[in-house]
Design a protein. Structure first.
Length: 707
């Protein structure tokens, strides 16, 4: 095939409806692969004769407790994604300029041989010039970082610090509790007060919301803390619309009120919270410097709202906090998580199963998962490659070789991610990917913004076409995902692509011949019976109902840590960009901006599913009526949102969902689907959080004007 092509190189249109009545059907156990705490158990219905099967229905298993038969709109339409007319189903080689999306179809042998030759040539100079780039396009242990990690470890490529979503909050929680652990999501049903902090649960944590609604019907009070008036905030009794990046100040004011009103559990503090001048005593002294009046000014909240929340939290049992990752995407996000995580320790909320806090449950798997067996870091053979932070890829792709940085990045292998759309300060990211001397390989389902810049696009299978096993960060079950149908076209699982690439590179270690089933059997220690998992579809970890009723946190001494070596005492750090911290910048760009996900997308996934894109309509920025009037903006009009880093054109939505002084740029649309070929990440920056070296997507100042 010699002519250039875009859509014509993709798969033929496929109809995800039933073939005919009377055709044989079967049910397959699946697991949702996406970056969501719910990790749903999927009931996949397949119809047709062997070799001609197609998925006709994706449901949730009623028998799986946390899924309870319900799926979000996105995943319930997963068959539409798998059988999408625009699937990449054959290897593609670039023939046009980078970013043009112009490719020709080639065979697997030709693609792998050329890729291997290019990588060998670069590795001969320095293998660290080769960088893997991946995140949570699938959360599966096999199709994520198993055979891929083995390949890059054997090669000696740069390591990747996978920070783009949750590393600030995760590192902060681990510093405080010893691991990313929390209460059981099912127990929220029995709470009498639920504080939903930094989460639009209806859109991003649907099954938790079911438990919260049950609690509400039983008389529980629901409070939402979020700069945006989300669908979740609409359905709570109270909404605290604080300014972005001020959550730590609010947490300190709540502590102040707990202390001065003696709403503390002194016994729990004495036995289970770090003591001494660097522990509770230091925290108490700091909190007393944060009366509600001070926090109200910093947070932009009525002082009585803060006092009322403190009274509710201090005097209600059981009280539970559902903390999510939205609030940690600012400069002081890690410190804020540490402070919020301490709140249930001061009131003794952990004594009851329905009390405490849940941010992530992934730490419960730390003694169950066998990541070393899957990823084989021993293949490094004593080498210590540099680490590239995925959140600064825009800057790093443009850095020359230096003693501090190491070799210039010459090759990038992208899988399970779409960095040109999702990485911060995307103008820099695009410039890096546009380098003609950068060799880029992308494993993908579709021609995304990133795939358009690739030298080779390799067709990857979707979740319905491969085997995988899953843990969760919102509950405590292990799930299996069986292959429902054979791979479409010439698509291959990530594991098989890296197996074949390893063979093309001449890697002859026995581990590169492990099958997917062998990998799945290596993924867990003996406490998880793979054959039983395969029979039943899921298996729950045996964790106590009230895991920290008597302390026993997974820290060195079993106590919650207040002050941590290298981190000190948690405190409020103002955003990089705000009127308080950068007044001159705020004169030019007076509006704070957050960029929460659109309800029917998951980061940049599902943006190309037409039925979901039709629901979203078009890229928008929500702006409060007062801010719109001051700028003479009309609802629905095309506007330019801008700062020194770039401009983003989208439609204005004048709405009380935005608080005064803050605009909400819903994301993450593919750049090429935006009115001027950009998305909201044109405006974000690459500065990092206080803990966890994560991006500050919600720490941004902008201005808005009519386009």
């Amino acid at each position: 095939m010699s002519a250039t092509a875009t859509v014509s190189t993709l798969g033929p249109a496929a109809d995800p409806t039933p073939i005919t009545t009377g055709q044989p059907t079967r049910i397959v156990h699946g697991a949702c692969p996406h970056d969501c705490p719910d990790t749903c158990a999927l009931k996949v219905t397949v119809q047709g004769e062997p070799g001609a099967e197609r998925v006709i229905h994706v449901q949730g298993w009623h028998e799986h407790e946390t899924t309870h038969g319900a799926l979000c709109t996105k995943v319930s339409r997963y068959a539409e994604r798998t059988h999408h007319a625009e699937r990449v189903l054959h290897p593609l080689k670039r023939v046009g300029p980078k970013g043009s999306g112009q490719f020709v179809r080639v065979g697997w042998d030709e693609a792998l041989a050329d890729i291997a030759n290019r990588l060998r040539e670069i590795a001969a100079r320095d293998p660290q010039a080769i960088v893997p780039y991946s995140y949570a396009g699938t959360m599966g242990l096999l199709q994520g970082e198993s055979m891929a990690a083995r390949f890059f470890h054997k090669l000696g490529a740069s390591l990747l610090d996978r920070t783009i979503c949750a590393s600030a909050g995760g590192a902060a929680l681990a510093a405080t509790y010893g691991a990313k652990v929390g209460m059981h999501v099912q127990q929220f049903e029995h709470a009498r007060l639920i504080v939903i902090w930094g989460s639009n649960s209806i859109a991003s944590n649907l099954h938790f919301w079911t438990y919260a609604q049950r609690a509400k019907r039983a008389g529980a009070r629901l409070v939402c803390i979020d700069p945006r008036r989300t669908d979740t905030a609409d359905r709570c009794h109270e909404h605290l619309a604080l300014l972005p990046g001020t959550d730590a100040a609010l947490a300190l004011a709540l502590m102040h009120e707990l202390i001065v009103n003696d709403w503390l559990d002194a016994d729990y503090i004495a036995r289970h919270v770090q003591a001494g001048p660097d522990g509770w005593e230091a925290l108490r002294a700091q909190a007393l410097q944060w009366p509600p009046e001070r926090a109200a000014q910093v947070c932009g909240l009525p002082v009585e709202q803060i006092r009322q929340l403190a009274a509710d939290y201090g005097q209600t049992r059981p009280a539970a906090i559902r903390l999510n990752y939205g609030m940690q995407r600012v400069r002081g996000g890690g410190n804020a998580v540490r402070l919020i995580a301490l709140l249930p320790c001061l009131t003794g909320a952990w004594r009851e199963p329905a009390g405490g806090l849940l941010l992530s449950s992934s730490g419960w798997y730390r003694n169950v998962r066998n990541d070393a067996a899957l990823q084989r870091p021993d293949l490094l053979a004593g080498r210590r490659p540099r680490t590239i932070n995925m959140s600064t890829i825009g800057a790093d792709l443009q850095r020359p070789s230096s003693p501090d940085f190491g070799p210039q990045i010459e090759a990038l292998i992208v899988y399970n991610s779409n960095p040109v759309a999702v990485a911060p300060q995307s103008r820099e990211v695009v410039a890096g990917f546009a380098r003609e001397d950068l060799f880029t390989v992308v494993l993908e389902h579709f021609l995304t913004d990133t795939a358009d810049h690739a030298d080779y696009v390799l067709p990857a299978t979707t979740q319905l076409e491969h085997l995988d096993v899953h843990t969760s960060y919102g509950h405590t079950d292990v799930l299996i995902n069986e292959r429902a149908i054979a791979p479409l076209g010439e698509a291959l699982p990530n594991t098989e692509i890296f197996r074949r690439l390893a063979a093309a590179m001449g890697f002859d270690d026995a581990c590169f011949t492990d099958s997917d089933e062998q990998l799945a059997r290596q993924a867990f220690v003996d406490s998880i019976d793979f054959d039983a998992l395969r029979r039943h579809g899921w298996q729950r970890l045996p964790i106590a109902l009230a895991p920290f009723a008597d302390g026993g946190f997974p820290t060195a001494d079993g106590r919650v840590q207040v002050s941590v070596p290298g981190l000190g005492l948690p405190t409020h750090l103002p955003p990089y960009e705000s009127a308080a911290s950068a007044p001159e910048l705020a004169q030019r760009f007076p509006l704070a901006m957050i960029s929460p996900p659109a309800r029917n997308f998951l980061n940049s996934s599902f943006v190309n599913v037409k039925s979901l894109r039709d629901i979203e309509g078009e890229p928008i920025v929500e702006i409060h009526p007062d801010d719109a009037v001051a700028r003479r903006l009309v609802d629905g009009a095309l506007v330019r949102v801008f700062n020194d880093r770039g401009s983003y054109h989208c439609a204005a939505r004048i709405s009380n969902r935005a608080r005064p002084g803050v605009v909400n740029g819903l994301g993450v649309w593919w750049r090429k689907l935006g009115p001027r070929g950009t998305n909201v990440n044109e405006l974000t920056h690459q500065r990092l959080t206080d803990i966890g070296a994560a991006p500050c997507f919600y720490d941004v100042l902008v201005e808005v004007e009519a386009a």
